[in-house]
Design a protein around this ligand. Structure first.
Ligand code: CMP
Length: 137
């Protein structure tokens, strides 16, 4: 079993809808350990890097606009298989496919405003934790 760390972002619509506690709570209740937490914003420059793998997609401008639209909450959780567990907790990217009981299945209607981001692989988790927490962790 691998102890991993994963980066979670409660997106602007998650913050404005008052879902920060709900999202953090679901990760805690699962048994993952909260190791870092802060509120902040994603600048346009950082958004373009964070979502660089989607740069050629038609929804890219809207994606950058959505993540920079307001304050977000960044969190790092640690535990066995934290990355895969985190992806299960948040549910499928498209809320039409996200099952009830997942965060997106319970709270989101469209892919662009799907409440939460979670790292999808060990390499991206390491890069995202460095991007948003830098020297702190
Ligand atoms: P996230 O986990 O933050 O990673 C990439 C984001 O791109 C994803 O959540 C969605 O918000 C967004 N996304 C992925 N596919 C689509 C799509 N087909 N239409 C709109 N947004 C998308």
């Amino acid at each position: 079993m691998a102890v991993e760390r994963t980066l979670i972002i409660v997106k602007p619509e998650g913050v404005s809808r008052g879902l920060v506690g709900e999202v953090i709570s679901r990760f805690e209740r699962k048994g993952l350990r909260l190791v870092a937490l802060r509120m902040g914003r994603v600048s346009e420059e950082v958004a373009r890097v964070h979502y660089g793998h989607h740069a050629d997609k038609p929804f890219f401008p809207a994606l950058v606009e959505a993540i920079t639209a307001g304050p977000v909450v960044f969190a790092v959780f640690e535990g066995e298989n934290a990355i895969r567990i985190g992806r299960i907790l948040i549910g499928a990217t498209n809320p039409l496919e996200a099952l009830p009981g997942t965060i997106r299945g319970d709270f989101a209607l469209d892919s662009l405003h799907n409440i939460v981001h979670a790292s999808d692989a060990p390499e991206t988790a390491a890069a995202e934790i460095q991007r948003f927490f830098g020297e702190e962790l």
